[in-house]
Design a protein around this ligand. Structure first.
Ligand code: ZN
Length: 131
């Protein structure tokens, strides 16, 4: 089965925890053993799995991306000034797959599913496929 939900981001760059929305879709699917695929249909957003207990992990991650991919020095910046967001989104990728066991996402204790907003604020579409 496949479901879609929308997230309204609030910052230029941020990580938004979407674990509960994804887990609810897995519950509703009735799938006991399978795979959950989480995908964003955007060129300046991504899906990542990491810790969301200490919020500094998310801030460090975003700061690291800023250091790796500086803003404002790329060809595409002359078009709409968001080349760094495109590059970061391509590096991170638009999706993650999580195994389902006994009807639950097999996430580790410190793992959360997060939408990476890289050129917000915007409304983002998240597509979840459960099989
Ligand atoms: Zn662009």
């Amino acid at each position: 089965m496949q479901r879609e939900f929308r997230i309204r981001t609030r910052q230029k760059r941020e990580l938004v925890d979407i674990t509960s929305q994804v887990a609810e879709i897995v519950r509703a699917s009735g799938v006991s053993e399978g795979i959950c695929h989480v995908y964003v249909a955007h060129a300046t957003a991504a899906v990542v799995i990491n810790e969301n207990d200490d919020p500094n992990v998310c801030l460090d991650f975003l700061e690291c991306l800023d250091k790796l991919v500086p803003h404002g020095i790329w060809r595409h910046d002359r078009v709409d000034n968001n080349a760094a967001a495109h590059i970061k989104a391509a590096m991170l990728g638009p999706s993650e797959s999580i195994p389902i066991h006994s009807g639950r996402l097999l996430l580790g204790t410190w793992q959360a599913i997060m939408l990476a907003e890289l050129d917000g604020p915007r409304e983002r579409r998240v597509i979840v496929t459960v099989q």
